[in-house]
Ligand binder design. Structure first.
Ligand code: MG
Length: 276
């Protein structure tokens, strides 16, 4: 099957209403690539990086932290990472730094993911970008982390909502903060300056697969950064890849993962409300 939506490019948002997504026709799955595209092996990262149009800046209003509502699944309570494990070896604990009610990437220790698996959910996360050395850090090497809405294995396998300091630094737009990495730039740049707390609120619907492993319905993501809409029911074309065109392979419920990209990004107040 040919990835027709992939051929349409990464800059255009493909949208349907929620009800339309729920009535997703099997014929529509013809637009999605199943399995690794044959050409991916020879592609270079730059082939899926776009620099325009640049999302306009919208300055967010005053930030208020948002504690978990009743019944939410708390993923971090300010005390420990007992709900998390190493994504590269799930038998090992998450070895990031917990201090003063927040946790911070410990560079070089690898990504961490939740012990619990999720399918469709509402998620809240607060994060804080570090102040970087602008002489030695540029673009993607500047406050980079990531929220993987579904982890599909070790490393960066899965679907990443980018976390980056796009207040201070520009990069390819489909890799800036709030992008669904290399698939959809954010609608606007709603970043706060580094060293200030920011929030993500996400509605994630996981993809579904038929008994034969074919795609039944694609993943969708709606996201707010600091209360501002940045992804409006974006339909993912598969895993978010650094190299090559996205594709799907069958999977079920998945952990949520955070990225160690060797930057001291901090997190707090993270909770989930499963929707199914
Ligand atoms: Mg990242």
């Amino acid at each position: 099957m040919v990835a027709m939506i992939a051929a349409a490019g990464c800059q255009s948002q493909t949208k349907t209403s929620s009800s339309a997504a729920q009535q997703f026709s099997p014929a529509d799955t013809m637009h999605f690539q199943m399995g690794v595209p044959a050409g991916n092996a020879s592609m270079k990262p730059e082939q899926t990086e776009y620099y325009s149009p640049v999302p306009p800046v919208v300055t967010p209003s005053t930030f208020d932290s948002m504690p978990p509502p009743a019944g939410a699944t708390v993923l971090f309570d300010g005390k420990n990472l007992n709900n998390w494990v190493s994504a590269n070896d799930t038998t090992k604990p998450a070895d990031w730094t917990v201090s003063d009610g927040i946790f911070t990437v410990k560079p070089g220790t690898g990504n961490i993911e939740t012990k619990q698996k999720f399918e469709d959910y509402q998620l809240h996360l607060e994060f804080r970008e570090p102040i970087e050395d602008t002489a030695n850090h540029k673009g993607q090497d500047y406050g980079n982390s990531g929220l993987f809405l579904a982890s599909e294995g070790t490393g960066d396998a899965g679907y990443e909502l980018q976390i980056l300091d796009s207040y201070s630094m520009s990069t390819y737009v489909n890799g800036q903060c709030g992008s669904l990495y290399k698939q959809y730039p954010p609608l606007v740049n709603a970043c706060r300056p580094p060293d200030q707390w920011q929030s993500y609120d996400v509605i994630w619907h996981a993809p579904r697969f038929n008994a034969d492993g074919s795609l039944k319905s694609p993943a969708t993501c709606t996201a707010f950064q600091n209360g501002i809409l940045i992804q409006d029911h974006s339909i993912l074309r598969g895993f978010t890849l650094y190299i090559g065109h996205p594709y799907y392979t069958e999977h079920g419920p998945s952990p949520i993962k955070l990225q160690d990209h060797h930057h001291l990004v901090s997190f707090r107040n993270m909770w989930v409300r499963p929707l199914n």
